[in-house]
Design a protein around this ligand. Structure first.
Ligand code: ADP
Ligand code: MG
Length: 733
């Protein structure tokens, strides 16, 4: 881009006016789910017996027969055609980013030379996308068996534009998961089973336990014209160079501040569209960094919440463009200001409406509360390295361990009251339990004030914080599919609960009759577990260097290199846990790790390529151009002035000329080394080793070179500088 173009682009960006968003005539409660084939629509469009059958399939996981599938497809088609739908697609979550889809028209020959709209149960239930180029980590070689997608009836189909979208799992012909949804459903099944068994100790009528997820999506908006003028943003989602803006977030004036008009228009439009798609949006606000915002819906069942997050991310990108913005979901689009995360608020609840991670009113409720808290902590303790592996990526790495974000060590914050309660429990003995009458239980658990719910003081540095009635897994990246974290967490908690139950049952004296014996057994296992998982509890400052030392002493995983953190999936403890919970086989874990390493490499590789191009084609030429102007000026001074005076007056210029030379030669030389480092890494065939090479040799070089580019930005004439600067990118007018 030429310098005049930069100014035109910036000028245009600042002239933009908000896009008019028509106010719907209906209220949100009326248009919520307008484009979703939800229960209300099922009731309307399906024959009564088919409706009953579908509810059984959705609520109880009953098997779906072809006749029902055909009838459901027929009802869906009637509804969809009324909305102008012409195509269907299976919508799935491959191991790349985002979602994938392949559209088929509704039309079929009618046998009389014309066409009819046709949509059968078979098309609804299964599709074989030509998916040979989706990553499979070697499970499904291109010439071998194909992968297929299969309908997930637990997530309702919806309409997007002219297409009926069918949420599906994506698996290989031999049954291995090639996506996020299939293992997520298995993990949710495992935690349901394990948690139901334990919940029944307290409430015998519980039939099922639901995992809840409420995500908080952070994002940046930049003006589309400025975005287009930054090849690095365009290709990698982040700026690879750019000096700090004089003003960024130091005044904290953006956080919870008034939202700019253009952004409000975008948010309103986005919320209306999200609500129509059945996503229960609730909260919106400015975030800490300039141009950074957050959006959060009301929590939902985890499988549905994950689908809704995926749909939300694509909707955000789409709606942003309509408003002349680009929505950046990258974890760290700009250096020097906060990055974006996606807090995963997670809890378990029974079908009878009990939030298992919330304290209750009776001693029985509170014993249940402590049980689920402690066993969650046991899972996090045992698998802290794995949980970290579930959230790392090339992009999230810029955020973890940096000063504004969760550290690269998983620990849990409970707050003083809950800590005291756990201490108290470990100090009591069994005979402090007694039963008076049949139902009344006396348990030496101090009354937990309901205030606890609002009183969990907010330790912002904890990656896994208890926040009153749930845990908040804060290390998840803004761009990530939440399923990755939710698979690891729910499966690990399932395993902890299975172990817990096994030990409780062994310790009960009379398994069927005495509640005293049951509660004593529960307490004794809990005491043991509280002691075991203590190292995971940390209420201090997670950003401090002392914590890194201390965490290492406690045996927590402190590795920060992404390719090495990914190894944790293949630890014996992880492989065993995933096998016991039936979530992943070792073969699947191996294959998925290959993909993770490969993805890591590709991300850094693309960054390094575009970075090298920018340096050599954008930065160095303007630096030289400006340097020549300075040299020219020195010559001219010498022409018109006596030499002593000329020397004096050109001293500053001479200094700048020298500076530019130093920075430019550093950049040129090291871009050469960067290319060489890539060449060396590319020759490595082992995916893990290659990723390590990219991490150790390629990524650090970019950081070093960037420093010099950013210095040049401060020296070179603003009119020549080819890329929109941070101060232009970060402030929407
Ligand atoms: P914060 O103060 O952290 O921003 P919010 O109250 O805005 O928290 O809630 C963040 C998310 O947590 C929302 O999606 C909310 O619905 C969800 N949430 C609240 N309670 C629970 C719970 N028990 N389990 C899971 N998610 C929950
Ligand atoms: Mg939160």
């Amino acid at each position: 881009m030429s310098s005049t173009l930069r100014f035109t682009v910036v000028g245009e960006a600042f002239k933009k006016k908000p896009v008019e968003v028509p106010t719907p005539v209906e209220r949100p409660s009326e248009y919520f789910g307008k484009y979703v084939f939800d229960r209300k629509k099922m009731y309307k469009y399906l024959p009564a017996p088919v409706y009953e059958k579908m509810i059984d399939v959705i609520d109880n996981g009953a098997a779906l027969d072809m006749a029902t599938a055909d009838a459901v497809a027929e009802g869906m088609k009637r509804w969809a055609v009324e909305l102008g739908v012409t195509h269907i697609t299976h919508w799935f979550q491959p191991l790349t980013e985002g979602t994938a889809e392949k559209h088929d028209g509704f039309v079929e020959h009618d046998g009389k030379g014309g066409m009819v709209e046709e949509f059968t149960g078979k098309q609804l239930v299964q599709q074989e996308p030509d998916a040979s180029s989706f990553p499979s980590g070697g499970i499904r070689s291109t010439f071998e068996a194909r992968g297929y997608s299969a309908w997930d009836p637990a997530s309702p189909v919806f309409v997007l534009g002219d297409t009926l979208m069918i949420p599906t799992v994506f698996i290989s012909y031999t049954g291995e998961a090639l996506d996020y949804k299939a293992p997520l459903k298995k993990a949710l099944h495992a935690v349901n089973k394990a948690a139901t068994d334990v919940a029944r100790y307290f409430y015998p009528d519980v039939k099922k336990v639901i995992s809840n997820l409420g995500w908080e999506q952070e994002y940046f908006l930049v003006d589309e014209s400025l975005y287009s003028a930054r090849p690095d943003l365009l290709m990698t989602g982040r700026t690879l160079m750019g000096h700090d803006s004089a003003k960024n977030q130091q005044m904290d004036d953006h956080y919870f501040g008034a939202i700019p008009e253009r952004v409000v228009a975008f948010m309103r439009d986005l919320e209306i569209q999200a609500l129509e798609l059945g996503i229960p949006c609730k909260t919106r606000h400015n975030e800490v960094a300039p141009n950074q915002f957050e959006l959060a819906p009301i929590f939902e069942e985890t499988n549905l919440a994950v689908d809704h997050n995926m749909l939300m991310m694509s909707t955000m990108k789409r709606v942003a463009r309509k408003h002349g913005f680009r929505c950046l979901l990258h974890e760290k689009p700009f250096a020097g200001v906060n990055g974006s995360g996606k807090h995963n608020n997670w809890s378990l609840a029974t079908d009878t409406g009990i939030l298992l991670h919330a304290p209750g009113k009776t001693p029985l409720d509170n014993l249940r509360f402590v049980t689920f808290i402690v066993e969650t902590l046991m899972a996090v303790y045992r698998h802290n390295g794995l949980l970290k592996a579930s959230i790392v990526s090339a992009t999230n790495a810029h955020r973890l361990g940096a000063n504004e974000a969760p550290p690269a060590i998983i620990s849990s914050f409970l707050g003083k009251q809950l800590n005291d309660l756990l201490d108290h429990l470990t100090n009591t003995t069994d005979d402090q339990i007694s039963l008076a009458g049949k139902q009344e239980m006396h348990l030496d658990i101090p009354q937990i004030p309901e205030l606890l719910i609002d009183n969990t003081d907010r330790n912002r540095t904890s990656p896994f914080a208890f926040t009153g009635n749930r845990f908040e897994f804060r290390a998840v990246g803004s761009e990530a599919n939440c399923a990755s974290a939710m698979i690891a967490l729910n499966a690990a908690v399932a395993e902890a609960l299975i172990d817990f139950k096994k030990r409780v049952d062994e310790r009960r004296l009379t398994p069927d009759s005495s509640r005293d014996s049951l509660f004593n057994a529960i307490l004794s296992v809990l005491r043991e577990d509280i002691r075991t998982c203590r190292p995971i509890l940390f209420d201090g400052n997670g950003y401090s260097d002392e914590w890194k030392v201390e965490a290492k002493k406690r045996g927590l995983d402190t590795e920060a290199s992404v390719p090495l953190v990914i190894d944790r999936y293949l630890d014996d403890a992880s492989v065993k846990m995933f096998a016991r919970t039936n979530v992943f086989t070792r073969a699947e874990l191996n294959a998925r790790n290959e993909i993770k390493w490969e993805t890591y490499t590709k991300k850094i590789q693309i960054e390094a390529r575009i970075f090298g191009d920018l340096c050599m084609n954008h930065i160095i030429p303007v630096a030289i151009c400006y340097q020549s102007q300075l040299i020219d000026n020195v010559h001219k001074l010498k022409e018109i002035l006596p030499s002593e005076q000329a020397d004096k007056l050109s001293a500053t210029n001479m200094h700048l000329i020298e500076e530019i030379s130093l920075h430019s030669s550093f950049i040129t030389e090291n871009v050469g080394r960067l290319i060489e480092a890539r060449r060396v890494a590319n020759r490595i065939s082992d995916e893990r080793e290659k990723a390590i090479a990219y991490h150790d040799t390629v990524a650090p070089l970019m950081e070093q070179i960037r420093y010099h580019v950013d210095k040049l930005e401060l020296i070179v004439d603003d009119e020549l500088w080819p890329l929109p600067k941070y101060r232009e990118l970060l402030f929407i007018r």
